[in-house]
Design a binder for this molecule. Structure first.
Ligand code: FAD
Length: 407
């Protein structure tokens, strides 16, 4: 069932004591690392707009989760005069969005899908419209295969790694993209609340959200939790969160990028197992990633990067990277970190209206894709709310029997 369009009102969310600027939540943190208690620290930094202290009682649309998906939805809605409030359990970008490799890819992990086949164009349009500078470069992305195709590029253990194809794509700085989107949303009068975990959602038209010791009523909710979805609401049996791993090098010796064939700064990923991705970063550094640690309980926040098998996977990743090319054998590692991803068997993302929580749109399970896709789907969900349109059929997954409310 499609909801009607949301009313566009140029007004803020309803605060019982008036909106007021409120004290900043973390005034000392204009620039800070996205650390996590058990996931390591990625290299990206996010410059944050000031947070708010006072929670409103009512808004048109509540966005749950301040990753790229939630922020893109909030920015798009606020730009059209909708009163939007974003709730983030920890800090902006504390999830996958602040921990990604920043490789820009087209389509979804399942390939291009109707209405998700022009994600890079959406990203470029958003950057230009919201004046976000995030070092976007689009030299094309290399697809590598474990085979001897002509002159192999590198070695992955005993096997050769060769270039198979160059597909549309490139790189950006995820911290700058996040900070830029958050600032753009705030400029358009969206409210952002950090350290504000939503603990339950119930009702319908309006939906009632439990946050801290308060309740907030919202006509619509965009649930943009990606791999954390199952901690708030059931996403069905076919939803598999995991932690994926990454590392960055210290600055490499002059000429190393050219020596290993990355002088044109193409990012890359393997199209076959074992999976490996990577990208140049800055003038002389590299970032690599691969490996998964699945969350048996479906609660990805319970996976610890220090656990024995996760630490072993990180060590294996480091060993693989050192073996790719002799010029990388002695590289020094700067950061090691992990971040949350979620998969469905089909690898198509979830993008649907919740069958029993009237007015709630669920977006999740990007399966390791997502830098361009999250911005695209966040904006697509927002447009659906604005215009009362339909969502693509490929995003449907949650049957009534699987959905449950938690509180
Ligand atoms: C290590 C790593 C590398 C990656 N590299 C790439 C790449 O190079 N290219 C690419 O395309 N994709 C990549 N991805 C995938 C991509 O980063 C994600 O698909 C994308 O960022 C998802 O964005 P999101 O906003 O949907 O989710 P997230 O960024 O995970 O945001 C969800 C947010 O919800 C918050 N939250 C959780 N529970 C609650 C609650 N109860 N209440 C309120 N807030 C809550 C979390 O704190 C989090 O901030 C990578 C992912 C990882 C982990």
């Amino acid at each position: 069932m499609d909801d009607g369009p949301v009313h566009r009102r140029r007004r803020g969310p309803h605060h019982p004591q008036g909106p007021g600027p409120g004290p900043h939540l973390q005034p000392d943190a204009a620039r800070r690392a996205l650390s996590g208690p058990s996931w390591g620290v990625p290299p990206w930094r996010v410059e944050l707009p000031p947070g708010r202290a006072a929670l409103p009682e009512r808004c048109d649309v509540a966005v749950v989760g301040a990753g790229l998906t939630g922020l893109a939805a909030a920015y798009t809605l606020a730009r059209q005069g909708v009163a939007v409030v974003v709730f983030e359990a920890r800090r902006l970008g504390a999830g996958a969005s602040g921990r990604s490799g920043g490789i820009v890819l087209e389509g979804t992990s399942a390939g291009p899908l109707p209405e998700a086949d022009d994600c890079i164009a959406t990203l470029e349009r958003t950057l230009s419209e919201a004046a976000i500078a995030c070092e976007l470069e689009l030299p094309g992305c290399w697809e590598l295969t474990h085979a001897e195709n002509g002159a192999p590029l590198w070695r992955d253990g005993e096997r050769a790694l060769s270039l198979s194809e160059t597909v549309p794509g490139g790189t950006l700085d995820p911290g700058k993209l996040l900070g830029g989107l958050a600032a753009a949303a705030v400029r358009e009068h969206a409210e952002l609340h950090e350290q504000a975990p939503v603990r339950g959602i119930s009702g319908g038209a309006p939906l009632v959200l439990q946050i801290r010791d308060r309740e907030l009523r919202a006509d619509r909710v965009v649930l943009a939790l990606n791999a954390y979805t199952a901690s708030l609401i059931s996403a069905g049996e076919d939803f598999h969160p995991a932690l994926t791993l990454a590392l960055s090098t210290q600055p490499l010796a002059p000429g190393t990028l050219e020596a290993i064939g990355l002088g044109a700064r193409n990012p890359f990923y393997t199209v076959d197992e074992p999976y490996l991705w990577g990208r140049p970063w800055g003038p002389d550094r590299l970032i690599f990633g691969g490996g998964l640690a699945f969350a048996g309980s479906k609660r990805v926040e319970r996976v610890d990067i220090r656990a024995q098998e996760v630490a072993r996977s990180l060590a294996q990743l480091e060993q693989r990277v050192r073996g790719l090319h002799p010029a990388l054998a002695d590289m020094r590692i700067a950061e090691r970190w992990g971040g949350p991803v979620a998969f469905r068997a089909s690898r198509t993302p979830i993008l649907c209206r919740h069958p029993s929580l009237d007015g709630l749109i669920l977006i999740a399970a990007y399966a390791g894709h997502g830098v361009a896709l999250s911005v695209h789907l966040g904006r697509l969900a927002a447009r659906t709310i604005l215009d009362g349109g339909t969502l693509p059929r490929w995003g449907e997954v949650v049957s009534s029997s699987e959905a449950r409310e938690v509180g």
